[in-house]
Design a protein around this ligand. Sequence first.
Ligand code: UT7
Length: 329
Amino acid sequence: MSKITAAITGIGGYVPEYILTNQELEKIVDTTDEWIMTRTGIKERHILKGEGLGTSDLGAPAVLNLCKKRGIDPMEIDMLICATTTPDHLFPATANIICDKIGAKNAFGYDLSAACSGFLYALVTGSKFIESGQYKKVVVVGADKMSSIVDYSDRTTCVLFGDGAGAVLLEPNTEGYGVLDSILRSDGSGRIYLHQKAGGSVKPPTHKTIDDKEHFVFQDGQPVFKFAVTRMADVSAEIMERNHLTGNDVAWLVPHQANKRIIDATARRMEVGPEKVMLNIQKYGNTTSGTIPLCLWDYESQLKKGDNLILAAFGGGFTWGSVWLKWAY
Ligand code: UT7
């Protein structure tokens, strides 16, 4: 019997309506459009507004968009993994809430926490359930409502993040398409540079943690930048080398969208020209788990069957990784 691989057979996405521009941020904090554009490449980001709305309200419409485009009923989904750093609640899992909201009553699922590498980790995890032969339709969602943990008085972080979600459907393939190789890495000692100080079991919420603004993203940008540039490029080069791929063989680099300068450095190291790099940071900012599937969503019409894609991410943890996949449709 031929080997089963997990192929992406559909994509959905969702970004909320409200757009927060650099010009609007100029009125809130001491920043400029010029600084944000030259240091990050971000022009605007989408923000989920409205009382009582959370990450599942981004993930659910992304999965429904996927189901509609592929013409499948949510009842056909066997499993749903939601990569997120901003779950609706500490428990239950946002994956369960998404399944409830879309009527995926036959699916089991859970959340996966790996910050900005969450989608890659979840994609590889979901692929294994397909490769085992036990499951036929696995949905992997990357969704984050970053605005719920961003301090809009801190100019060093509030310009970076946005809200959004993307989802892919994985199905078995026996013709050699889909996820063909992956490298996933982590180094917990990097947590000091990028984390949320309070709200977990080490420091449960108190009036003091709120007064001290410890429920927001803390980032020491420069060390994160240095690690991101080298690690993301390292794993992208490594996955190419061990599969004998050159820059010419790669149709698309699909990078996590945290900073255009990190993306450019990764592409240079892979010897992949800018015309083959998926980029949407200018309109969404850093949506954490959402960036890679939102790139696939935006570029879907340009993808061709058999294209070699290298997905690459770096994020809090530290976590990082790369995936080689062959586009299936
Ligand atoms: O996705 C998860 C992983 N995260 C990342 O990959 C992010 C990695 N880090 C970065 O992308 C960059 O470090 C940042 C975009 C966050 C910051 O860019 P930078 O070039 O490293 O700037 P910096 O932190 O070294 O700050 C340079 C200057 C500082 O002023 P002084 O001390 O030189 O006077 C900052 O206070 O820029 C100042 N600054 C700003 N100025 C205007 C910081 N944020 C802003 C701002 N507007 N929004």
